[in-house]
Design a protein around this ligand. Structure first.
Ligand code: ZN
Length: 167
C-alpha cells in the first residue's frame, strides 16, 4: 500500500484513453490498494487510474458509503438530470457546475473479477460519470455550465442561483 502521485490537468496522460484490464494480477491489486490509499489521503470521493499515471480502466469511489472498485466500467443506463458542483483531485482548488444524469447504472468487474451492476443516485451517479470520463480522457472542466471557479472565489449558493436564473 502506498500513496501515488496525483497527476494534474495539463499532463498528457489525463487526455488519453485508458485500456481495459484483462485479468486481476498482483500488479492490478496493488494499483487498486494504492488508488484507495491515495484517494482517502487526498480526501477525494473518486479516483481513476490515469490520475495516478496508469492507463488502465480502473476506478475507485467512496461517497461515504464504503469503497467501490470498478474495472472496465460501462455506463448502461442514465436517467434524469442534476446540476451541481464538481471538483477533481487533478484540478486542485477549482470547482465548476456540471450537468449530469441523476441516476446512473454501471456494469463493471470488481476487484475479485466478478461482474457487477451498480446503481447510483445523486453524488454517486455524478462520481460514476466523472470517473468513467477520466477513462475516456475527458475532464469536468470541459463540461461546465459556465467555466471553472476558484473554490474560495464564490459561495456555492451564489453560483447555483446564477445558473438557475439563466435557465
Ligand atoms: Zn477527476
Amino acid at each position: 500500500m502506498a500513496i501515488r502521485e496525483i497527476r494534474e490537468i495539463g499532463e498528457p496522460i489525463l487526455a488519453k484513453k485508458a485500456k481495459p484490464v484483462k485479468e486481476i494480477t498482483p500488479k492490478i491489486t496493488e494499483l487498486i490498494d494504492d488508488m484507495l490509499d491515495t484517494m482517502y489521503e487526498a480526501m477525494g470521493v473518486g479516483l481513476a487510474a490515469p490520475q495516478v499515471g496508469v492507463l488502465k480502466q480502473v476506478i475507485v469511489i467512496d461517497v461515504g458509503e464504503g469503497p467501490i472498485v470498478l474495472i472496465n466500467p460501462e455506463i448502461i443506463n442514465e436517467e434524469g438530470e442534476q446540476i451541481g458542483q464538481e471538483g477533481c483531485l487533478s484540478v486542485p482548488g477549482k470547482i465548476g457546475i456540471v450537468k449530469r444524469p441523476n441516476k446512473v447504472r454501471v456494469r463493471a468487474y470488481d476487484e475479485n473479477w466478478e461482474i457487477r451492476e451498480l446503481e447510483g443516485e445523486g453524488l454517486l451517479a455524478r462520481a460514476f460519470c466523472h470517473e468513467t470520463d477520466h477513462l475516456k480522457g475527458e475532464m469536468f472542466v470541459d463540461k461546465t455550465e459556465d467555466g471553472v471557479y476558484n473554490m474560495n472565489e464564490l459561495e456555492s449558493a451564489d453560483l447555483m442561483d446564477e445558473i438557475e436564473e439563466e435557465e
